[in-house]
Design a binder for this molecule. Structure first.
Ligand code: AP5
Length: 214
């Protein structure tokens, strides 16, 4: 089963994708995580990507489609959760073609709906474990023991460079201009489903599970 989670920055895509990985053994394909890894690589491409991400704009279709193409070869039978991809109509068409070429397809496209004001609060309070990547929030999801990751016990945490108010405004604009047309695209294909992303994390997970069981 292949799933796309679609929603604005801070909607909870990464949080729910990690739960699906833990509960169902699926593979999370997050282009944001792949690009942050490319940034750390110190290559010229990484440098270019870092500048675009810091501004909150979208990286070129060519780069992200190439990253996804590489990962699809090692997917196996587990099924993928596409988290933050596709983000443009060109990426959606490319994904369809890449999956078709491998005898596969998208089974569920799930829109996570969250109010803009809540996104600001979520993104500004987010931090992640520097070791395993588990995502937390200062108020809605703190670590059980202060300063210690619940998942792996690490005491190192990071905050994202693009989680500033200015970059978030640009990321939201990119979402509405370039990504939200995908909702119409998948609706027209009869594939679009939605969940209330404003609900508590467990309730969102339950709603997603109910959609996947249909
Ligand atoms: P990316 O890393 O994909 O970021 P994003 O889409 O902006 O989404 P986020 O990761 O910020 O949010 P999320 O929905 O995963 O929320 P999370 O679960 O963390 O992309 C970053 C950049 O990379 C882009 O701006 C672009 O430059 C580039 N890029 C990436 N993909 C690209 C592509 N395909 N094409 C071109 N460029 C691309 O949750 C957020 C916070 O809220 C957390 O603290 C969490 O604990 C909390 N939270 C989660 N759920 C809830 C809940 N239900 N209630 C309360 N709090 C909650």
């Amino acid at each position: 089963m292949n799933i796309i989670l679609i929603g604005p920055p801070g909607a909870g895509k990464g949080t729910q994708a990690r739960r699906l990985v833990a509960e169902r053994g699926m593979v999370q394909l997050s282009t944001g995580d792949m690009l942050r890894a490319a940034k750390e690589s110190g290559t010229e491409m990484g440098q270019r990507v870092a500048e675009v991400m810091a501004q909150g704009a979208l990286v070129t279709d060519e780069i992200v489609i190439g990253l996804i193409d590489e990962k699809l070869d090692s997917l196996g039978d587990a099924g993928a959760i596409f988290d933050g991809f596709p983000r443009t109509l060109a990426q959606a068409d490319a994904l369809d073609a890449l999956l078709r070429g491998r005898g596969s397809r998208i089974d569920h496209v799930i829109e996570m709906r969250v109010d803009d004001e809540a996104l600001v609060t979520r993104v500004s309070g987010r931090f992640s474990c520097a070791s395993c990547g588990e995502v937390y929030h200062d108020t809605t999801r703190p670590t059980a023991r202060p300063g210690v990751c619940d998942s792996c016990g690490s005491t190192e945490f990071t905050r994202r460079a693009d989680d500033t108010a200015e970059a978030l405004r640009a990321r939201l604009m990119a979402y509405y201009k370039q990504t939200s047309p995908l909702l119409g695209y998948y609706h027209a294909k009869g594939a679009l489903q939605g969940v209330d992303g404003m609900a508590e994390m467990d309730a969102v997970a339950a709603e997603i599970a109910a959609l996947l069981a249909r």
